[in-house]
Design a protein around this ligand. Structure first.
Ligand code: SF4
Length: 394
């Protein structure tokens, strides 16, 4: 039986990091309880709300309704959901237990290191949270400061000690390659400190420069604020990524996705659902959902979301049926992000598309590797994955 993943979005932060291009806001703590109430209501009334929005959930959706009744993964992301009172997070998890058959294997909370306190962590664990995704980003204080982060290197060590003392072993660290002021020495030092702390899981993200963030806009406009002139070059970033691959591999981590590494048995069960195109339901402002045949997202604006849900209206927008062509493109984009690769025979059977010739050409050019019917990106080409995938789709 397929299992269902649930995502809950908490779009609030203490400050806005300079590089952040997410739809998150800095609001007073008084806005948290009404938001949590709206999420609980959306969870409890999800069937009626989805029906009103035009989503076929629990009706004629074969994969979602018939196979995915049991929720086995929950991911509370943001934003900084660890800012919320633990009781509010516990309320959301209780609403899930009341509304779905639950057999939870992985319940993740995204947390920033400076928000970790012993009392809070005890309550998180009691509520069922068993995995923490820690927004470490870097171990270099000058990088953290330049990026507008609230925590410093010392907070990471303090947080990990508290989490482990509370029995939470499944900890994931995020690192960002390409932060302002990041030197090769700093980057290597961050990687070695991370390996020393030995989290179960690691995500390494490449800095994105676009107009969605203050830093990105400054760079694009040629300005100097936010240390915009102190960014590593694209070549340096590619080298940082290769450093991460080598150091994490030597430390016993298995890379299972372009941005993700895990100790054996600790690959993120929830995130794998996204890459495998398995159904998931999202609750909260801006949360995305996928039923197997339709995709949709809630309104991004937290106030608009709360106003809709608290008056019994659906917050879902852009309900879209996934066409066969889109599904095929998703299979390639998402499938090839995974180091395991894609099964050529299955793709050809399900989509009636013959990729043999392109695969052979890209394999001879060293872009992809083929092992029987399995096709995967060549390890050295992971940092330019999009170019390879576009070539395959051409
Ligand atoms: S903590 Fe994360 S979501 Fe919040 S502003 Fe920083 S990068 Fe954005």
């Amino acid at each position: 039986m397929g299992k269902l993943g649930i995502y809950i979005q908490v779009p609030f932060c203490q400050t806005k990091c300079t590089y952040c291009n997410f739809h998150t806001g800095v609001v007073s703590a008084g806005r948290f309880p009404p938001y949590a109430d709206a999420v609980c209501r959306e969870i409890r009334e999800h069937q009626a709300l989805l029906r009103v929005a035009g989503v076929e959930w629990g009706e004629d959706n074969r994969r979602a309704a018939a196979e995915c009744k049991v929720v086995d993964t929950v991911y509370i992301g943001g934003g900084t959901p660890s800012l919320l009172e633990p009781a509010l997070l516990a309320d959301m998890l209780s609403a899930l237990r009341e509304s779905f058959a639950c057999s939870w294997e992985e319940v993740t909370l995204e947390a920033d290191p400076e928000t970790i306190e012993a009392e809070k962590v005890t309550q998180w664990a009691a509520a069922g949270i068993n995995r923490i995704s820690l927004g470490t980003q870097s171990f270099a204080d000058d990088e953290l400061k330049a990026a507008g982060r609230m925590h410093r290197r010392g907070d990471i060590y303090r947080a990990v000690a508290i989490l482990r003392a509370a029995g939470i072993r499944n900890i994931s660290f995020d690192l960002i390659a390409g932060l302002p002021k990041q030197s090769r020495e700093n980057w290597l030092a961050s990687l070695y400190e991370l390996v020393e702390l030995s989290p179960a899981h690691v995500s390494v993200y490449m800095m994105e420069i676009d107009e969605g963030s203050r830093l990105g806009l400054e760079v694009l406009q040629g300005g100097t604020r936010y240390s915009a002139r102190d960014l590593p070059s694209e070549e340096q970033m590619a080298e940082f990524y290769e450093n991460a691959q080598a150091i994490l591999k030597a430390a016993g981590y298995q890379q299972y996705e372009i941005s993700n590494w895990a100790k054996p048995g600790f690959a993120s069960k929830h995130n794998l659902k996204y890459w495998k195109r398995e159904p998931y339901l999202g609750f909260g402002a801006g949360a995305h959902s996928f039923s197997g045949t339709q995709r949709w997202a809630n309104a991004h604006d937290a106030a608009a979301y709360v106003a809709a849900i608290s008056t019994g209206r659906s917050a879902s927008e852009n309900v879209e049926r996934v066409s066969r062509e889109q599904a095929f493109e998703e299979e390639l984009f998402l499938g090839l992000r995974q180091l395991h690769g894609i099964d050529l025979r299955r793709i050809q059977r399900e989509y009636n598309v013959n990729l043999e010739e392109k695969v052979d050409r890209l394999a001879s050019a060293g872009m992809i590797e083929r092992e029987g019917e399995l096709v995967r990106l060549a390890a050295a080409k992971l940092s330019i994955s999009n170019e390879v995938i576009v070539e395959l789709l051409r």
